[in-house]
Design a protein around this ligand. Structure first.
Ligand code: SF4
Length: 134
């Protein structure tokens, strides 16, 4: 256990891969620790962020399948800052929880309306994504 405590109680941030060596710490938790505890690279992909990314980037498919999860994680990694990530991660979580809500996204109040796939007229009519119903 002391071995793992040294990963957390340190001045040098532990990276995601190292954090995943701690028993019981999976990818999501390791990425969250890196992001929120160390303010360094760590992608956040919780339910709210999945919904937000599916809508914003037009990721189609069934949530929970390997194909969709891989796209979501890849997307998250692409946009995650390598430094000072805490604010970005918290912003993503807040945006997913307060604006890009499950049943009625508040697109008028969202700063990303103009670039969001879901708000494009042709997409809003035809876009069917099972995650949007959750
Ligand atoms: S514009 Fe609407 S659907 Fe797109 S990210 Fe913002 S709140 Fe979500």
């Amino acid at each position: 256990m002391l071995r793992y405590q040294s990963l957390i109680v340190t001045e040098k941030p532990a990276d995601v891969k190292t954090l995943q060596e701690i028993p019981g710490v999976g990818r999501y938790t390791a990425e969250a620790i890196a992001s929120f505890a160390f303010n360094t690279f760590g992608s956040i992909v919780d339910g709210n962020v999945k919904r937000l990314f599916c809508r914003y980037f037009g990721i189609e498919g069934v949530l929970g399948t390997l194909t969709v999860d891989k796209q979501l994680w890849n997307t998250a990694e692409t946009y995650t800052p390598t430094i000072n990530n805490r604010q970005y991660a918290q912003g993503l979580l807040d945006m997913g929880a307060t604006l890009c809500k499950p049943k009625s996204p508040d697109c008028e109040a969202c700063s990303f309306t103009n670039s969001c796939i879901l708000t494009r007229p042709i997409v809003s009519v035809n876009y069917q994504h099972q995650s949007l119903r959750k």
